[in-house]
Design a protein around this ligand. Structure first.
Ligand code: PMP
Length: 433
């Protein structure tokens, strides 16, 4: 039997170092909320391939739809020989995305690619170059989206110069000492010092930051942003790559606030593991760029479209939006109980929306000093005991739960029990404890 260690050695010799593999676990198979490694060990999966498995690994409906499509055709390029699946998916996404106005969709392959296109569409529509994003944001690793991403190490280090006319405002986060007012004032300061609002095409925001540590933009703040955009003719883009497709109990996380963005970007759980992304937006904006201005060879691949249509059916048939809300309550409740334990002192904040829940670990609850080492040892101990859980956050001190919405309560409970034991053990092993 091949071991994780063997594969690790081969990986180190053959694969670029910059592609990180913090778990060192090599996958052999996966089913709903479980993954098995090449050594036959089973794990509960709280990562879901970084938020991709809202309907669980290998949902039978998704696999069946993919099999059917494999028997038809795998790729023709939508630009060369279009197919109904793409059109049908666009129709469905147009109907699901917020906004009571005509919408159109363009499909792509990755989250970064869709974000890049959203900015292209916004620039084309407004004729303006500037874009405002937020601190702690993650919008991708391609050069433009890297410029939008609001975290230097490890993403931007050594890759400059990055495209210009991208500006950052602090993301409002009470726990991190940034009020809504401060964030809005910072945008006004950008307008005063760096770029006039008449030169800004778009503001892009994750209504719930993913890599940034599941920080939820206050709904009032999103309304203020909408008003500010309307005042200045700026487009509002909601990056729902991680928070979308049912994760927060709505198709798109911004729906919780009632704010309607001009463009919505979706990917990750959209096609349950098949590479697919979408920009959905106001028809007149989407129709701006001329023929050939949008797209790509693999954009809207038919197998991925078949998977996505099955995902949408599963979300509805299994009532997974409601399930997302219930799951969020279950996870939050258990984490709150952990935070009340006298022997656990590192839980600084539990936050999130729907089933997108995270816990920020701190060295000191008063000063809120981040505890990234502790977070790392919790994830390592959890792996030892059969749970895959990811970190996030500016300092890497946030544990995030992205368990499939289809996971039974017992499995989620078992995963949380492993997490709790890992926290206790990791805290006890801290220097000075
Ligand atoms: N936006 C958000 C909110 C994300 O979480 C990610 C990926 N973590 C991306 C964009 C980039 O997606 P991809 O890795 O598919 O390019």
């Amino acid at each position: 039997m091949i071991s994780n260690a063997d594969l690790r050695a081969r990986r180190d010799a053959a694969v670029a170092r910059g592609v990180s593999n913090p778990t060192g676990i090599y996958a052999a198979k996966a089913e709903n909320a479980f993954v098995w490694d090449v050594e036959g060990k089973r794990y509960i999966d709280f990562a879901g391939g970084i938020g991709v498995q809202n309907v669980g690994h290998r949902h039978p409906k998704v696999i069946e739809a993919v099999r059917r499509q494999l028997d038809g055709f795998v790729h023709t390029a939508f630009q060369v020989l279009p197919y109904e699946l793409y059109v049908e998916l666009a129709e469905k996404l147009n109907a699901l995305a917020p906004g009571d106005f005509p919408k159109k969709t363009a499909l792509f392959t990755t989250g970064a690619e869709a974000n890049e296109h959203a900015i292209k569409i916004a620039r084309f529509a407004t004729g303006r170059p500037g874009v405002i994003a937020f601190s702690g944001a993650f919008h991708g690793r391609t050069l433009l989206t890297l410029a939008l991403t609001g975290k230097v190490a490890p993403y931007k280090t050594g890759f400059g110069p990055l495209p210009g006319e991208v500006y950052h405002a602090p993301f409002p986060s009470a726990f991190h000492g940034v009020s809504e007012r401060q964030s809005l004032d910072a945008i006004e300061a950008l307008f005063a010092h760096d770029i006039g609002p008449e030169r800004v095409s778009a503001i892009i925001i994750e209504p719930v930051q993913g890599e940034g540590g599941f920080r939820v933009a206050p709904f009032g703040f999103l309304h203020e942003l909408r008003a500010l955009c309307d005042r200045h003719g700026i487009l509002l883009i909601s990056d729902e790559v991680q928070a979308g497709m049912g994760r927060t109990g709505r198709y798109f996380s911004i729906e919780h606030s009632g704010v309607v963005p001009d463009l919505v970007v979706a990917s990750k759980s959209l096609a349950a593991g098949f590479p697919l992304s979408a920009v959905i937006g106001r028809a007149e904006l989407m129709d701006g760029p001329g023929q050939g201005g949008l797209g790509g060879t693999f954009s809207g691949n038919p197998v991925a479209c078949a998977a996505a249509l099955a995902v949408l059916e599963v979300l509805e048939e299994q009532d997974l939006l409601r399930r997302g809300l219930a799951l969020g309550e279950l996870v939050t409740g258990r984490l709150q109980a952990m935070a009340r334990r006298n022997d656990l002192t590192s839980i600084g904040e539990i936050r999130g929306l729907g089933a997108m829940i995270a816990v920020e670990l701190v060295a000191d609850r008063e000063t809120r000093t981040p505890a990234p080492e502790l977070a790392r040892s919790v994830t390592a101990l959890a792996r030892r005991d059969g749970l895959i859980v990811l970190t996030a956050g500016h300092a890497g001190n946030v544990l995030r739960v992205l368990v499939p919405l289809t996971a039974p309560d017992e499995v989620v409970e078992d995963g949380l029990a492993i997490l709790e034991r890992a926290l206790v053990e990791a805290e006890a092993g801290q220097p000075g404890s």
